[in-house]
Write a protein that binds this ligand. Structure first.
Ligand code: G1P
Length: 290
């Protein structure tokens, strides 16, 4: 079955970025020339998915506005003869069909995904977390969809992390199954205490999930941090049907972390056709002085 829908939870408060996120959603923080959420939406579009479902909360309307048509701005740009810029803005609103659902209480990532159940319906779907940006030749979502065509079951994207960082992630234990970069999931645990897992495979924010996960999410009780954890429902799902961990090709940036955000700005700046040479020259210059 084809994956047609992507759920992007954007309801989080962004406390790690206060005061920057006091009045604007963290998803609207800029990386080079566009808000972080636009990179995620562009990845979805480049991967051939038809519809995005934002799970939002109060104070997040800037995200919906960003992907909407702005009549006033369009008229002003036309009056000023700024045709190319006007087109660029309209292209953003024409990118993809977007709907929003509201998460009424901040009960956790698992609850946010569960909130989208009626819009997703009974079909496999993708989940992308806005903090995780992946720079890759083939978009990470597309790599996963290619694998899904082959296995037809849930897939979580993983990357290896140092043992002293596993406590920051959902960690997957698995066994090789003959496919390149792919492991069959045997166990998963959200933010394990040090020494409680031997695995270094950390979930990054890309998932393809079978719709049976919704029932399990509805029955998941609060876990790590008192929140309804997606990882807990995925563990339950992995006991009922096959699930795969996929070591994607590319570099992931944690744009929800201050240092990760700065690294993402540099990485995306260094791939920008107009800005990269100037940025490179500047980096060389300051590297010599520090
Ligand atoms: C979430 C997931 C976690 C995953 C991480 C990736 O955690 O719960 O399993 O490893 O995203 O970014 P969060 O970072 O939202 O606490």
């Amino acid at each position: 079955m084809k994956v047609r829908k992507a759920v992007i939870p954007v309801a989080g408060l962004g406390t790690r970025f206060l005061p920057a996120t006091k009045a604007i959603p963290k998803e609207m923080l800029t990386i080079v020339d566009r808000p972080t959420i636009q990179y995620i939406v562009e990845e979805v579009v480049a991967s051939g998915i038809d519809q995005i479902i934002f799970v939002t909360s109060e104070g997040k309307s800037a995200i919906e506005n960003h992907f909407d048509y702005n009549f006033h701005l369009d008229s002003v740009l036309k009056e000023k003869n700024k045709v190319a810029l006007g087109e660029e803005l309209n292209n953003i609103s024409n990118l993809i069909d977007i709907v929003s659902v509201r998460q009424k209480k901040p009960l956790g990532l698992g609850h946010a995904i569960w909130t989208a159940r009626h819009v997703v319906g009974n079909e496999p779907f993708m989940v992308l977390l806005g903090d995780d940006l992946v720079l890759a030749k083939t978009p990470c979502a597309k790599q996963m969809l290619n694998l899904f065509d082959d296995v037809g079951e849930s897939i979580v994207a993983v990357q290896r992390v140092p043992a002293d960082q596993t406590y920051q992630y959902g960690i997957v234990e698995g066994e090789k199954n003959g496919r390149d970069r792919t492991h069959k999931v045997t166990r998963m645990v959200e933010k394990p205490a040090p020494g409680t897992t031997d695995s270094d495979m950390a979930i990054i924010g890309r998932y393809i999930l079978m719709p049976q996960v919704f029932d399990l999410l509805g029955r998941t009780t609060p876990g790590h941090g008192g929140e309804i954890q997606l990882t807990d429902a995925l563990l339950a799902l992995s006991k009922k049907r096959a699930m795969y961990a996929y070591e994607f090709e590319g570099t992931r940036y944690d744009a929800g972390d201050k240092l990760g955000y700065l690294k993402a700005i540099l990485a995306y700046g260094l791939t920008h056709p107009v800005l990269k040479e100037g940025l490179k020259a500047h980096i060389r210059e300051i590297a010599a002085t520090i």
